[in-house]
Ligand binder design. Structure first.
Ligand code: ZN
Length: 634
């Protein structure tokens, strides 16, 4: 265990790290005048740049999606790193020696070669292996790929390679490139027995890359019958740069589209990731030789753009087999928020995406993902299916078994919904209340784990989970309301500039109760136009305020400087007013999407299609607002 990084070290990292340099590795930045730089936002889809970087102040901000922060938060978000990991990476790059709370400088950095050397070794190894894929020895490897529908272009896109059969071809190659034996061992590329030998021999190789595209390890498939290692797949073992509990194959390719669509597809293996991407499912990733765990979900969630009212969606392509079902049931014990956003796409014939693509083409892969169902429902129905529901005892057993799963769910509102579903699946003689009774019983039997608050002493009835405490007045400066705040600042400070742009704005566009009250006063006074040229406009509104909170909000909105150094020009007005309307559209879209997810397209094609039409219209409306926001209101 290493201690927490000390505050002074974090400050030093922030000072030394150049935010424009770091961001430039991901985003093409252009000078925007006034010391500021601009580019296309990596966190949302846009055509004209609203992503700003201010090197002097060391922060970035996107006016399109309101994501912003410092160099550390940028790295965390773009590469799915924890705070500590982001700080460590920057410290490495900018030569800052980290001090930790336990005061020991000795443990500060991982032992052994610097991260950069290990990355360089992998880069050379990947090029070497890719070149070997063209060699005569690699014919079996090439056959393997073509049998699975992957041509040379696909192999190049994914950087696939071949590890020669002789024991130390890579070792010799990299020694010539001036890598030391220690570096190669630390990188996991070479092992040492009586002498040094290559970790991968006679295998087909997939380079495993981190989010920035650097190769950090390899996945290796057995292709020769006389391969002495029986395991079908070998992966790089844990190294300073390769953490198998966090690594996701394909994340470098999927990252951008995951953020854009708030959706990730988790498949089983390297060939499935390839098949998905080639078929147009560009958000596919896979774990590497390990089950999907909490660390993976943590990493994925950082890539999913789940800000504001959007919720990311993670789709697993479990096959219906025992292993897949076991994995699904295990997911119930994982992170609950994550589970509620989890879906399952099951191919009726049990084909994985790779085989599906070979047999039925690209469209079938896309349809598989589109047919997803919520994980909960999938698991519950699988459990129910194991029992003979024609028998009374079979029905009772099915309820007991499913109740155990539902008892692990913390959100009480969901528990009731699932009890209803179980009752429907099992049969009419077991109603929702009977299921709920079983769930409570199961909850009492559950061994007390980390979650003490929920546990009750044996024998006493379980206490209902207290409803989440709801703050009646959310913080005015909460970033979720920043567009509402800035728009109202324009309304109060620059009524002339904002003028009739707000003709489509209504009270429903404000989600904060105080801001809603302010807008109601503005509307009652005749809209911003009524304040045009009236020096007493802000005071007039304030006098009409129904309560102290609204009145103080108005004065704050009246004095706070705009978030722009420039004038409140039409472009700035449009950016906010249309973005405000766009957010309302996004909330509506989210509501329709959520209904859509709960509707089975096969059972209710009419409703489903109707909602789909509604969604398409809303999306179009949203896009036009987005365009107007960025076009400066023209
Ligand atoms: Zn953005």
């Amino acid at each position: 265990m290493v201690g927490r990084i000390r505050e002074d070290s974090i400050v030093e990292v922030r000072e030394k790290a150049r935010i424009d340099e770091v961001i430039s590795q991901y985003v093409t930045l252009k000078n925007a005048g006034g010391g500021s730089m601009k580019g296309l936002c990596p966190f949302h889809d846009e055509k004209s740049p609203s992503f700003n970087v201010n090197p002097a102040r060391q922060f970035f901000h996107c006016f399109g999606c309101q994501v912003g922060g410092d160099v550390i938060s940028f790295l965390m978000k773009i590469d799915g790193l924890s705070f500590g990991e982001a700080v460590e990476r920057l410290a490495d790059k900018y030569g800052v020696q980290l001090r930790r709370e336990d005061g020991d400088i000795r443990d500060d950095r991982p032992k052994g070669p610097a991260r950069q050397r290990l990355i360089e070794a992998h880069k050379s190894a990947q090029l070497f292996y890719a070149e070997q894929l063209g060699s005569t020895d690699a014919i079996v490897a090439r056959q393997f790929l073509s049998e699975r529908g992957f041509d040379q272009a696909a192999a190049e896109t994914f950087g696939i390679g071949f590890a020669p059969r002789e024991g130390d071809a890579l070792f010799k190659h990299l020694r010539q490139k001036a890598f030391s034996q220690d570096e190669l061992v630390a990188a996991g590329l070479v092992a040492v027995g009586r002498s040094a030998y290559d970790r991968f021999r006679g295998r087909l190789l997939w380079p495993i890359r981190d989010a920035s595209g650097d190769t950090i390890g390899f996945g290796a498939r057995r292709i020769f019958d006389d391969d002495k290692i029986e395991a079908k797949y070998l992966n790089t073992s844990e190294t300073a740069i390769y953490k198998k509990s966090q690594v996701l194959y394909g994340v470098d390719l999927a990252r951008r589209d995951m953020a854009r669509s708030s959706q990730a597809v988790v498949v089983a293996g390297y060939t499935d990731v390839m098949a998905c991407h080639l078929a147009g499912v560009t958000t596919a990733v896979a774990t590497c030789g390990t089950a999907f765990g909490d660390d993976h979900s943590r990493v994925l969630r950082r890539f999913l753009n789940d800000h504001e009212e959007f919720r990311g969606e993670v789709i697993f392509t479990f096959d219906g087999d025992a292993a897949g079902q076991k994995a699904a049931i295990k997911a119930f014990d994982g992170d609950q928020n994550f589970v509620s956003q989890t879906y399952v796409a099951v191919e009726p014939d049990g084909l994985d995406p790779c085989d599906l693509r070979i047999q039925k083409g690209d469209a079938a892969v896309r349809e598989l993902v589109a047919r997803r169902v919520p994980l909960y429902r999938f698991v519950l129905s699988n459990v129910v299916k194991k029992y003979d529901l024609d028998r009374a005892d079979g029905r009772i057993d099915a309820v007991r078994e499913t109740a155990k799963l539902v008892a692990s769910i913390r959100d009480q509102s969901k528990v009731t919904a699932f009890a209803q579903e179980i009752s429907k699946m099992v049969g009419s003689d077991i109603d929702t209340n009977a299921v709920l009774t079983e769930v409570r019983r199961a909850a009492n039997r559950r061994p007390s784990s980390q979650d003490h608050a929920r546990r009750t002493p044996a024998g006493t009835p379980p206490v209902e989970e207290p409803a989440p405490t709801r703050n009646p007045v959310p913080d005015l400066r909460d970033p979720r309301f920043s567009i509402e705040r800035e728009t109202l600042k324009l309304v109060i400070q620059h009524p002339m500039a904002i003028g009739r742009t707000t003709s489509d704005v209504g009270v429903e566009d404000f989600t904060h109760p105080t801001y809603r009250a302010v807008w109601e006063l503005v509307a009652a006074a005749g809209g911003p136009v009524a304040g045009s040229g009236d020096d007493g406009w802000a005071n007039r509104l304030r006098d009409a305020a129904p309560d102290a909170a609204t009145s103080s909000a108005i004065s704050a909105l009246g004095v706070e400087p705009l978030l722009t150094a420039k004038e409140a020009d039409p472009a700035y007005v449009a950016l906010h007013v249309f973005r405000l309307l766009e957010l309302t559209a996004m909330r509506r879209i989210a509501a329709v999407k959520s209904r859509l997810q709960r509707t089975n397209p096969v059972e209710n094609p009419h409703d489903y299609n109707k909602m789909f039409g509604e969604l398409a219209a809303l999306e179009q409306h949203r896009r036009s607002l987005q365009d107007r926001a960025l076009a400066g209101g023209v």
